[in-house]
Design a protein around this ligand. Structure first.
Ligand SMILES: *[C@@H]1O[C@H](CO)[C@@H](O)[C@H](O)[C@H]1NC(C)=O
Length: 366
């Protein structure tokens, strides 16, 4: 009887082991990946021992049915116990080995916030057909986005922010038909945005701020129905703001500050009641502030400072339901500052350095 139980247990264990264990090729790819990196603080790779990479290798998860590696998730700043214990955040040097590309069942690749990983994104990464999440934020990665990035047909998240990526945004990026979250902010990306960027119809966040992007805002962006957050600030973008952007149905945050944008403020932009955070500061916008505000107007932030806006502040602005932060400094506005609830809490600094604004909260009487 005892013997039978023991036999069954052995059989079950062996069966589970066979199903769960790492394939030799995946293990070899991980070992090569590890050998191109140095992680001196925490010793996370000390867990990468033995043959079964599916079992307790830090950051590695496998498909239990075939023992293939699905996820590789290594974060340098997680709320993980391993970091709490060590009392410091992660640091890693080295580079991303092309051996990663042998992990052809990979759906999630996160090697984030290690601060010191350099080298380029292996170009073979575009041959991983199942990749959904590619997150390499917070390293020192150089080189270009792969030219054929558009091959990653399942990609939903592309986060390469806070690196040193150069070159232009490969035009093939518009073929990422499932992309929802694009974050390339704080790199050294140059060149113009693809004119057909609007083909990214699933995209809800597009963060491209703090790069060296030139050229105009593609009009096609306005056709991205789901886009809620567009940040192109701190680039060298020129041309005017396409009026269609003001009619986007779910856009709530629009940051275009610190560029070289010219032309007038589209009327639709300030009358779009879903748009709550708007920063157009430090551009060369001219013309009048459109008189389109209503009791439906709700801005947490409306920063139009450091432009060339002229004329009066429309009286209708005082009918707004809420304006948290209004900044009209350093323009050519003139006339009396409207009174009323949305203006009561604003300080003089919101209105200074205009041509001839007057009335409270400025000291200059009208
Ligand atoms: C708007 O952008 C400017 C320039 O990039 C920045 O200095 C300012 O803090 C931003 N305004 C708000 C309210 O975040």
């Amino acid at each position: 009887m005892k013997l039978t139980v023991a036999c069954v247990a052995v059989v079950v264990l062996v069966a589970a082991g066979v199903v769960d264990s790492c394939t030799p090729a995946d293990r070899e790819a991980l070992v090569a990946f590890k050998s191109a990196l140095t992680e001196p603080n925490l010793g996370i790779f000390n867990t990468w021992t033995g043959t079964d990479c599916c079992n307790n290798w830090y950051g590695v998860s496998c498909d239990p049915t075939d023992g293939r590696v699905n996820d590789l998730i290594l974060r340098g700043e997680p709320e993980d116990k391993i970091f709490e214990k060590a009392g410091r955040s992660g640091y890693m040097t080295g580079s991303l080995s092309p051996s990663l590309c042998a992990l052809d069942r990979l759906t999630t690749l996160v090697v984030a916030d290690w601060k010191g990983i350099s080298g380029e994104i292996p170009s073979c990464i575009t041959s991983l057909p199942h990749l959904r999440i590619l997150d390499l934020i917070g390293n020192q990665i150089t080189g270009k986005l792969p030219d054929d990035i558009g091959k990653l047909q399942k990609l939903t998240v592309l986060n390469l922010a806070d690196n040193k990526i150069t070159g232009n945004i490969s035009p093939s990026i518009v073929n990422l038909g499932r992309l929802m979250h694009l974050d390339l902010s704080n790199n050294q990306i140059t060149g113009v945005l693809p004119t057909d960027l609007g083909k990214l119809s699933m995209m809800s966040r597009a963060l491209l701020n703090r790069n060296k992007i030139t050229g105009a805002i593609p009009r096609s962006i306005a056709s991205i129905y789901r886009l809620a957050d567009l940040d192109l600030s701190m680039n060298q973008i020129s041309g005017s703001i396409p009026a269609e952007i003001g009619s986007m149905p779910v856009l709530s945050t629009l940051n275009l500050d610190s560029n070289q944008i010219t032309g007038e403020l589209p009327v639709s932009l300030l009358s779009n009641s879903g748009l709550n955070i708007v920063n157009l500061s430090r551009n060369s916008l001219d013309g009048f502030l459109p008189d389109v505000f209503t009791p439906g107007t709700y801005f947490s932030v409306l920063d139009l400072s450091f432009n060339k806006l002229k004329g009066p502040i429309p009286k209708s602005l005082s009918s707004a339901k809420y304006i948290g932060h209004l900044d009209l400094r350093n323009n050519h506005l003139c006339g009396s500052i409207p009174t009323g609830f949305p203006f009561d809490h604003l300080e003089a600094s919101s209105f200074t350095n205009n041509d001839c604004l007057c009335g409270s909260p400025l000291l200059r009487v009208c």
